[in-house]
Write a protein that binds this ligand. Sequence first.
Ligand SMILES: Cc1cc2nc3c(=O)[nH]c(=O)nc-3n(C[C@H](O)[C@H](O)[C@H](O)COP(=O)(O)O)c2cc1C
Length: 204
Amino acid sequence: MHILGLCGSLRNGSLNVRLLEAAGRSLTDDVSLELSAHVAALPLFDEDLEVEPLPDAVQRFHAAIRSADAILVASPEYNGSLTGPLKNALDWASRPAGDAVLRGMPLAVMGASPSRFGAAWAQAETRRIADRIGAHVIPLELPVAKAADAFTVSGDLRDPDLARRLQRLMTALVDLARGRTELDHLAMQGDAVQVGATPPGVAA
Ligand SMILES: Cc1cc2nc3c(=O)[nH]c(=O)nc-3n(C[C@H](O)[C@H](O)[C@H](O)COP(=O)(O)O)c2cc1C
């Protein structure tokens, strides 16, 4: 099975790319994770661009989503929310109108930031938006706080609890994509977060 990884950060040396790479290493051999270059290539969403043929970058992005079995998003937080490039990509993934390429797609969200909250707001916003588009959003979060110090030299998560949560997130995503678990079941687990809700008491 094939997972498409979307990163909300475009910069070289992104900690969220590092997180996606750590996620890739946690997968079994029969699961691949491709880090998508589409987010950076997409034009700014504009309804005037929604004429046939769609821009090449949009066509490639839609094709990449359609050929994936699941989506894994990692995003930093910009001003208490997800980044502009990621929101732009999600807006394109919400099209065609009424038949979003993201609809029904298993999707997990995680995030890394230098703050002590680990991009929790960005993750909550991303889950809410993806849910609204119709993706099947895993009700778990992975807030990697103080992210500059969060990785070992080999790129794995230093904190054993976070490493365990990353493994759990990936297992949930793969199991959902393979039909081995259901969102309702995941939502009843003790560590589940509410998809569609902003966490209370979290400040940037
Ligand atoms: C415009 C801007 C706004 C930011 N706002 C927040 C924020 O609200 N909360 C936070 O934790 N970090 C914030 N940061 C810091 C980013 O989380 C940090 O730069 C992070 O390392 C970016 O992720 P990356 O390493 O994957 O590029 C902001 C950074 C920028 C450039």
